[in-house]
Design a protein around this ligand. Structure first.
Ligand code: HEC
Length: 178
């Protein structure tokens, strides 16, 4: 029994090594992962984020109007090229990635607010999702998270109004408010 198990494990490892070293796995971004590998990665992502984000405290009053305005500006400058936005398609590079950086309209349903913060701050390894920790202030990360959470109820018109030149300029001084 033990020998059979060991033998099976060994054969599995050898096959794995041949596939790996033979370069047989297609790493091209034009093809999805095999369903099994995709499922393992997706589940790994879910559990990892849940675990790492569990102690994060969401600041009180998240989503105040001034913060949403700031979040819209941060989103337009840093996220829209890959994820698109209300009524706005992603740019070509965003549409050519694998995994495809999906629209974030349902992100609020799939993730807790603290998890959205963790993902935005830390990024996702080997997916193309950048870490913003060293590029955005903590206030701006919370602002963009507040904005992403409010996005399901937003129309293209709302987004245009929120990211108009005057609205964006007004957020520069308010940006530091939590
Ligand atoms: C260079 C492209 C790129 C940019 C820019 C980018 N992202 Fe992403 N993002 C990705 C990719 C790729 C994923 C992974 C998608 C997956 O695993 O299915 C992702 C995933 C996410 C997720 C998890 C979504 C989910 O449901 O799996 C969130 C939330 C997110 N990004 C927020 C942001 C925010 C906020 C910004 C701007 C501050 C941003 N992203 C900028 C590429 C990008």
């Amino acid at each position: 029994m033990v020998l059979t198990l060991l033998g099976a494990g060994l054969i599995g490892a050898v096959i794995g090594l041949i596939v790996l070293r033979g370069g047989f796995y297609n790493i091209a971004a034009t093809q999805q992962h095999y369903p099994l590998i995709y499922t393992v990665f997706e589940e790994g992502l879910q559990y990892s984020v849940q675990n790492h984000a569990r102690d994060i405290q969401v600041p009180e009053g998240l989503g105040a109007p001034a913060q949403l305005l700031r979040g819209a500006a941060v989103y337009k400058a840093n996220c829209i090229q890959c994820h698109g936005g209300p009524g706005v398609a992603p740019l070509t590079q965003g549409m050519s990635m694998q995994p495809v950086p999906g629209p974030l309209v349902d992100a609020d349903v799939n993730w807790e607010t603290r998890e959205l913060y963790w993902i935005t701050r830390n990024g996702i390894k080997m997916s193309g999702m950048p870490a913003w920790e060293y590029h955005l202030s903590d206030n701006d990360i919370w602002a963009v998270v507040a904005f992403v959470s409010a996005m399901p109820n937003m129309t293209q018109k709302d987004f245009r109004r929120m990211t108009s030149t005057e609205a964006a300029a007004a957020t520069v001084t308010q940006g530091e408010a939590p």
